[in-house]
Design a protein around this ligand. Structure first.
Ligand code: SF4
Length: 396
């Protein structure tokens, strides 16, 4: 078996946003490293296809960082991903400041079907407070241009951010919906260690986001988006009918994925180990009880650009037992509005027995899950408690 989805990580941004702890580095637009890195990822795709690590992928996603910062370099990578000929969806993440008409057109011609655009807010003061380098006008231009070219568009938004009010949040949502996007992601601000925001909080210069504000903004988004024909299909994701992101749904349903690039994550079932062993001999043999392996690429971007062979890459490696894999899948199932599937419950029951039924019954009794095992409103709002209780099943 091979990976059925492909993720390419582009760890370059023009500058670092105040809240960001993603694997991305401020990089000059003319830095030759970006082109070399894109070429190295193309080399890795070829090698993974040759070793059988990936075969006929259903979806591909080029994320970051800021893939659109690469300009034409990203077009070549998109063309390489599209050349599998098997993709039902090819997404590129883009930030408004670099999404010109010419680049959008080139991406369309290369086979990209979907753009995920980092709008975050349509209030210039809020954008500046986040350290974003675009303004609302540029974001709307990017959305309108991409829609004109016929892409599926996701607008990515943030709530519970500095300066945001109920009224400015409504303005952002209305402004984005006015462009005709078919998908909206809504993420609350998190204060992550090592970010400019974390330093400002530590220095007493900034407040920690308020849980009440976060819940209120999520509820406001839910009410408005639901009234405009968007269905919430995952805790942070809303889509018009037929426009849910296939790539992200693959992540949440335990489908193997190959992530290439600095910071990219991969996940395989250990039954795929022959292809894994051919591609990554440096990993050694998995433990006898391992059912799943998760890799996070720790290779430095400059090293990767100069030494692209898969056998040269370094990883943080995590092996999961069958029980841990099932607990992980239960957690992921509880993120989605369709809930935990009967087939997954049946597989998990074979391993966890009555403990599973006790856990699910208590989550239903406490109002986190409906009888259908779909998350309730309480389950959406207090997701960490819900996922934490399901993860407790991993240790038996
Ligand atoms: S553009 Fe995205 S990845 Fe880049 S620094 Fe800002 S939040 Fe992080």
């Amino acid at each position: 078996m091979s990976a059925k989805t492909l993720y390419l990580h582009i760890p370059f941004c023009k500058s670092k946003c105040s809240y960001c702890d993603f694997v991305s580095f401020a990089t000059r637009r003319d830095d030759p490293l970006m082109e070399a890195y894109a070429g190295a990822l193309a080399f890795q795709i070829d090698e993974a296809a040759e070793t059988g690590l990936i075969e006929a992928p259903m979806t591909a996603y080029i994320g970051g960082g800021t893939p659109s910062h690469l300009g034409e370099g990203i077009v070549g990578l998109a063309e390489r991903a599209a050349s599998f000929g098997s993709l039902s969806e090819l997404t590129v993440e883009a930030n408004p400041e670099f999404l010109t008409f010419d680049l959008s057109l080139r991406l369309k011609e290369s086979g990209v079907s979907r753009l995920s655009i980092g709008v975050q807010s349509l209030d210039d003061a809020e954008l500046a407070a986040l350290g974003r380098i675009h303004d609302a006008k540029t974001a709307l231009q990017a959305l309108n241009c991409a829609i004109e070219l016929g892409f599926d568009i996701s607008a990515d938004l943030m709530c519970a951010i500095p300066l945001q009010t109920s009224s400015s949040w409504q303005g952002t949502l209305e402004g984005v919906l006015g462009t005709g996007v078919s998908h909206v992601s809504v993420y609350p601000l998190m204060i992550e260690e090592g970010t400019a925001f974390a330093r400002a909080v530590a220095a007493g210069k900034q407040d920690v986001p308020d849980d009440g504000d976060e819940a209120l903004r999520m509820e406001e988004a839910d009410a408005l988006l639901s009234s405009r024909g968007f269905a919430r299909y995952e805790v942070a994701s809303y889509a018009k009918e037929g426009r849910a992101c296939l790539h992200n749904q693959a992540y949440w349903t335990g489908i193997s994925y190959l992530g290439l690039g600095t910071g990219a994550a991969s996940m395989f079932g250990c039954e795929e180990s022959p292809a894994l062993a051919r591609s990554f001999p440096q990993l050694g043999k998995p433990p006898a009880d391992a059912a799943r392996i998760r890799l996070s690429c720790t290779t430095d971007r400059a090293y990767l650009a100069a030494h692209p062979a898969l056998s040269e890459q370094s990883f943080d490696v995590e092996y999961l037992s069958l029980r841990e894999s099932l607990a992980e899948d239960l957690m992921l199932g509880a993120r989605m509005s369709c809930g935990i599937s009967p087939a997954l419950v049946s597989r998990a029951r074979d391993v966890m027995g009555a403990e599973l039924d006790d856990c699910l019954s208590s989550l239903i009794a406490d109002g986190y899950l409906a009888e259908s095992l779909a998350p309730t409103r309480r389950g959406w709002l207090l997701g960490n408690e819900l996922y934490g209780r399901l993860w407790e099943l991993s240790s038996g």
